[in-house]
Design a protein around this ligand. Sequence first.
Ligand code: DC
Length: 224
Amino acid sequence: MGYISVAIDGPSGAGKSTVARAAAARLGFVYVDTGAMYRAIGLAVCRKGIAGEDAAGIIAALPEIDVRLSYQDGAQHVLLCGEDVSDAIRTPEIAYYASKVSAVPEVRKFLLDVQRDMAKKGNILMDGRDIGTVILPDAPVKIFLTASAEKRAERRYLELCQKDRQLTRESVLHDIVERDRQDMTRAAAPLRQADDAVLLDTSDMTLDESIEAVLQIIREKTED
Ligand code: DC
């Protein structure tokens, strides 16, 4: 029996990671946050003083970059050359760098094998932008999880404002709309719903309802 892969894609701030992590825990699947891997590369690039627009500089830096996910007590940790950067990657600045590096085809290729290998080792629930379209096109369950830009901005604002008091709702909405544009219009593996993915709009759902809806889709797709 092969392992089950669940692909969850969607725009930033749709609650993918929170929903996916909870659903994976309920199912006993390993949760793979591919956005965290792009963020780790973004952090490495930022620390090296390379500009987000400098694709050649980013490509040249790749051989020195090692990104891994490790799991301790069920929690995912992101390791950049062995350093735990799980917290350091959660800033708006690194989100910006992640979006920039993720548009570089060589960066995507760099992570493709790592991500596919993880799906060969066990039951996984992987979230990202191109999991159902590029990374795991044969996944038996594909979900495109989204919500309106306003709802996503509000959620992200509530999440980030405790850490950063300078932040405004307007700036968060602006960042989300800009990141959507970059992720959907880039040439390399743009964000789009796979033809065989189930669309789940969580604009008017609570977190618990969203988790339940994801579990229901997985049950339906894996029962037969
Ligand atoms: O989901 P996130 O906000 O942590 O993702 C960070 C960036 O990485 C985002 O701009 C999109 C990009 N990304 C991607 O291009 N492909 C993925 N599979 C996951 C994330």
